[in-house]
Design a protein around this ligand. Sequence first.
Ligand code: UGA
Length: 435
Amino acid sequence: MRISMIGTGYVGLVSGTCFSEFGVDVICVDKDAAKIERLRQGEIPIYEPGLEALVSSNVAAGRLSFTTDLADAVAQSQAVFIAVGTPSRRGDGHADLSFVYAAAREIARAMTGYTVVVTKSTVPVGTGRAVARIIREERPDADFDVVSNPEFLREGSAIQDFMRPDRVVIGTDSPRAQAVMRQLYRVLYLIETPILFTTLESSEMIKYAANTFLATKITFINEIADLCEHTGADVHDVARGIGLDGRIGRKFLHPGPGYGGSCFPKDTLALVTTAQEAGSPLRIVETVVDINARRKRAMADRIIAACDGTVADKTVAILGLTFKPNTDDMRDAPSLDIVPALVEAGATVRAFDPEGMGEARPLLPDITYCDDAYDAMTGADAVVILTEWNEFRALNIARMKEALAAPVMIDLRNVYTPADMVAAGFRYVSVGRPT
Ligand code: UGA
């Protein structure tokens, strides 16, 4: 079986590489010639643990290749995955589908024989049918089916998520396309992964509903954390106490500075817009979007409050800039709201992130980028933990106190234990826990 993966962004590159690991021949296609050349040299444009090794072993095995020639790749493929970007359209919050539709047209022109066209990108309900119409328009004679096969990969653990998923969702009415998809995911049947067959529309909706539910869950626990602060309860005990109820579940109940990343903010907004236009508004999700935006700003206020109400002419050390650990991704990271608010309030910001500083520099130009956590803390009046990278979990307290001008920590990821930090002489502020 041979497939093409159109788009070598995060989703395309991880999915293509993992399919090749399953034993499928995969051709990854991208318009960006420089990127394809780098990939051919074994250079991975994103930071994702385990990806580089998997790319190189599958390239060496002859199962994975990279090209800019879409037509040639498609002509050889039984299935073609569309994994191009679907950014938020400026102004209206809709997903911009122009890349998806352009890919569909190009695929249509290049197909030979029966081809399954799969949308892997997160696309609004109805997109699969629109892709089918476009292909039919372009090539009335084409023998093809369109399938929706959303991905549920988390950045930082994407390989594991692809190889051992909780479920695979495949949306199509065509038994012929189902058979091709079954064959592609054959390896997962062996480990008894639930594979759910639905219609195109249900599959597209599942992706948005899943992300929106998770974003709601995080926002719920963040609000409970706020309430805990007013009542003396500890949000971690509350999260555990409710999460052990199997109906609620333990995951995604960790409070923090608000969700970020390339998916939750974009997908919640897109679903809100779809729902409003359908005349069936999702009022819970509208509220989630609003609370999350406010929360990021409130976190800057929390930092300022911990610095005796002002950061003017003070130095604040920021540990972690990416939206979560194990990624270099800065898209919609809480740091993008929090850091500028501190700078605006007069703070000098010294920051360190293990992987994200390259991406961060153009987005946050007015701060000093440091060599490591201790360098960032040197002379600072407070230290803020913004992303829970492992290396920030075991900082040397004595070295921290030596580096800092004042022992003040605002731990927005609840990495440290309040009692320990207070015993070590810190003014310690975290999220949803009594000090
Ligand atoms: C998310 C979903 O988890 C994936 O299943 C989905 O495939 C992906 O979006 C996508 O649509 O492509 P991702 O954005 O990589 O994955 O990251 P998550 O691990 O879900 O974290 C998202 C945000 O929520 C981060 O800012 C994280 O810090 C925050 N978060 C997560 C919390 O604040 N608390 C939690 O308990 C969990």
